[in-house]
Design a protein around this ligand. Structure first.
Ligand code: HEM
Length: 403
């Protein structure tokens, strides 16, 4: 990473990954957007891109802004992820992406639909029956964990440790702070578990996504040693991200009951509603790229080899692109948000995330008139905006109609 910025760019010494910034990053984001298209972080020694157009342009230009030198700020984690789908460049990246392309395609996702919808209905029935519950363990964490463990075909029923592994994995994308450093041994446990599957892939359910990865390696489509890491990439990426988006949905609708009334009035609106949830509370706040050549952006001369942080969460609130960006408005057309990335590294599992969220929102729309949300407790992670607990009381639809 560069230690001295060239030119006379705006600078900031705010720690992007400090507790107080993670709790409420939006004021800092606005300051950086207003300061210029590229802001030099003296603390993290990276460039910060925070405006919608600049983040999108960088994501689209994967020859100048590469991922192969790491998408996080912590050296040991970048080394561990070298050559994985998220931290690789063409042509290796394309080969890894192709392994699960059919399964992640609209046709592949349609095949999952009946089972995921049935699971969403049954889970919503169970929380409606409870009435009051904590939306983190009882809904937001439970559903993606169930879907991802089943999709990958993991053996056994107790997949609780996956949640801790995914949380730790996302922490290691931050700088070398306590959260990242203390997470490395936990990520090590996950790789130990993956190694046990490498040793005997037949433990994975036949026909599952996990088995498909090892079968692709038998056909010579990827090296055997890449299998476990590809499986881990999908597993990790598919948990805390979707968990955050489901929790955010409940939290946003609890605070904006009129938006829930609009959202549930027309089931065809649900995909737009989910895009707006992803826009205003983007689960992944940032990933890093590395420059392959000098780039002048406003007053900033960014040099070849410099690291650049792309702030998805800020781009999605950029007033240069969105009208009244801090307003949660389910009637807004938000489909061009960057919460799922853009360009060749755009989210490979977004079909799964959308299927999960659309199924849950549709089931909730049928059964729930209103969410009454208590005081939440935020969960601090270097990359993902999440909650530890989110107390909710549901006002069921039938109860209101009968009242
Ligand atoms: C709401 C939920 C989700 C969000 C917000 C999200 C967000 C993202 C983002 C921002 C990226 C881009 C990374 C980059 O620019 O470098 C990404 C990539 C990725 N996501 Fe997701 N994701 C979600 C769900 C999922 C799910 C459910 C899966 C697995 C089934 C998944 C698998 C992946 C993979 C494998 C990549 C790497 C793609 C590549 O580098 O080509 N994601 N995701």
């Amino acid at each position: 990473m560069a230690t001295q910025p060239s030119g006379s760019p705006p600078t900031t010494d705010i720690d992007l990954f400090a507790d107080e910034t993670l709790l409420d990053p939006y004021e800092s984001y606005r300051t950086w957007r207003d300061a210029g298209p590229a802001v030099w972080s003296t603390r993290h020694e990276v460039w910060i891109l925070s405006r919608f157009d600049d983040v999108k342009r960088a994501l689209a230009d994967n020859e100048t802004y590469i991922s192969g030198k790491g998408v996080g700020l912590y050296g040991p984690a970048n080394e561990a992820l070298e050559g994985t789908v998220i931290a690789s460049d063409p042509p290796e990246h394309g080969a890894l992406r192709r392994v699960l392309a059919d399964r992640m395609s609209p046709r592949g996702i349609r095949a999952l639909q009946p089972e995921v919808e049935a699971a969403a209905n049954s889970l919503v029935d169970s929380i409606v029956a409870k009435g009051s519950f904590d939306a983190m363990p009882d809904l937001a964490r439970k559903f993606p964990l169930m879907v991802m463990a089943d999709l990958i075909g993991l053996p056994g029923d107790d997949h609780g440790s996956l949640l801790g592994w995914a949380d730790a994995g996302f922490n290691t994308f931050g700088p070398a702070n306590d959260r990242a450093v203390s997470s490395m041994p936990i990520v090590g446990e996950m790789f130990g578990y993956i190694a046990s599957l490498d040793a005997d892939p037949s433990k994975l359910r036949e026909g599952s996504m996990g088995r498909e990865i090892y079968e692709a390696s038998e056909r010579g489509e990827l090296k055997f040693e890449q299998c476990g890491r590809l499986m881990a990439a999908y597993l990790m990426a598919g948990l805390d991200t979707t968990i955050s988006s489901i929790a955010n949905a409940v939290w946003l609708f609890g605070r904006n009951p009129e938006q829930w009334t609009i959202a549930r009035s027309d089931p065809a609106r649900i995909p737009h509603v989910y895009n707006e949830i992803l826009r205003i509370e983007s689960p992944v706040q940032t990933f890093r790229r590395t420059l392959t050549k000098d780039v002048q952006l406003g007053d900033a001369l960014m040099r070849e080899g410099d690291a650049v942080l792309l702030l998805y969460g800020s781009a999605n609130r950029d007033e240069r692109h969105w009208q009244d960006p801090d307003k949660f408005d389910v009637r807004r057309r938000s489909a061009d948000h960057l919460a799922l990335g853009f360009g060749i590294h755009n989210c490979a599992g977004q079909g799964v995330a959308r299927l999960e969220a659309h199924s849950l929102l549709a089931a909730l729309a049928r059964k729930v008139e209103r969410f009454e949300v208590g005081t939440p407790k935020r969960h601090l992670n270097n990359l993902i905006r999440n909650f530890d607990s989110l107390p909710v009381t549901l006002v069921p639809a039938a109860e209101m109609e009968n009242a």
